[in-house]
Write a protein that binds this ligand. Structure first.
Ligand code: MRU
Length: 339
């Protein structure tokens, strides 16, 4: 029942066009790296792991032209969106293959790498869900934000992966999805995914979160991440920070599901994470209906940073980091490197 976010078939990347969901399910046909780059920019595909996977296949498409095109593709794709680090992480993996492979095997090896990034992401989501259960097994009423589901990843999802796993175990979940203005990833995408899986989901406006926490007995807030800094600060969809503050006030645990590919330990704290500012039009009008007149200024940051102090745990495919801070994150990665 899970949507197929991307499909690779015969030198073509098919991207499920998320701008049209839930009313239409159409695939965009990408045969060049430019097709992929504009699909990412225009958010036909979105979500940190998913844009990394798409970009990797963009480099594969470029390799059918040649090595130079691959280099151009990497810099073009890296310029599409600034916040989610998975994009740069995936392109770095592709660049390494590019540098150590001779011309006649280039396409083949790049394709193997992209397929590996894709499959690893699905496996990581499944493992994240297993690790998450040690913290969440008692939870049945959940709030989430944006879409951190199959659509945002290679499949299964990060935050929604945990929710899927919980539903398997308990079968009595109730999920409140914040609609996530301005692009409504929660209202359109998360509700669509969960509904198809038979999970009881209710959409609320972002402004209702505080009162729903107070009145609906929320057990946990679970979100994804676009970049986690070395000190545990978490960049995620705009509105996440507000939910974390509200969760603290209401004594509700706040969990972040994030694969290791979303950590950027080169960034000391959230303050250094570049936050994408998107077009004003996303706020000024909705599907051609004007909402805010042109002479009134608007501000449209796509992400915010939740300080580590508000995070109860970061759930990864290799285990959970509870009450994350700089030292715990360093120790966690040191231990992984020893293994
Ligand atoms: O602007 P978007 O829709 O790409 O933002 C996506 C998010 O903020 C998700 O919560 C995040 O990428 C985690 S997805 C597993």
């Amino acid at each position: 029942l899970m949507p197929e976010t991307l499909k690779w078939e015969d030198k073509t990347l098919w991207i499920l066009d998320q701008r049209k969901i839930p009313f239409q399910t159409e695939y965009l046909r990408c045969t060049s790296y430019e097709d992929v780059a504009s699909a990412i920019e225009q958010m036909a595909i979105r979500g940190a792991p998913a844009i990394g996977i798409a970009a990797a296949y963009g480099v594969v498409l470029a390799s059918h032209i040649g090595r130079n095109a691959c280099e151009k593709a990497i810099s073009r794709l890296a310029g599409t969106r600034p916040t989610a680090v998975n994009l740069f992480w995936a392109l770095m993996r592709m660049k390494k293959i590019l540098e150590c492979t001779d011309d006649d095997r280039l396409s083949k090896h790049l394709l193997t790498e992209a397929a590996g990034i894709f499959q690893d992401d699905i496996d990581n989501n499944r493992n994240m869900a297993l690790h998450g259960m040690s913290l969440l097994s008692h939870v049945s009423v959940i709030m989430t934000h944006c879409n951190a589901g199959a659509l945002a990843t290679g499949g299964y999802g990060t935050a929604l992966g945990l929710i899927r796993k919980l539903q398997e175990i308990r079968n009595n979940l109730q999920v409140y999805a914040c609609e996530t203005r301005p692009l409504l990833q929660g209202g359109r995408l998360t509700s669509w995914e969960l509904w198809q899986d038979g999970i009881d989901v209710t959409v609320i406006c972002d402004s209702m979160a505080a009162s729903v926490m107070l009145n609906k007995g929320i057990h946990a807030v679970i979100v994804g991440a676009d970049r986690v800094a070395a000190n545990g600060d978490v960049a995620n969809k705009i509105g996440t920070y507000g939910l974390a503050v509200l969760a603290r006030y209401h004594n509700i645990p706040f969990y972040v599901a994030s694969p290791i590919s979303t950590f950027d330990r080169a960034v000391e704290s959230g303050r250094e994470i570049p936050i994408e500012e998107r077009a004003e039009g996303e706020i000024r009008s909705f599907r051609d209906i004007p909402l805010i007149p042109d002479h009134i200024p608007v501000h449209n940051p796509a992400f915010d940073v939740t300080p580590a102090d508000l995070v109860s745990a970061i759930i990864t495919e290799k285990g959970n980091i509870t009450r994350p801070d700089r030292k715990k994150i360093r120790d966690f990665f040191d231990k992984l490197n020893e293994e």
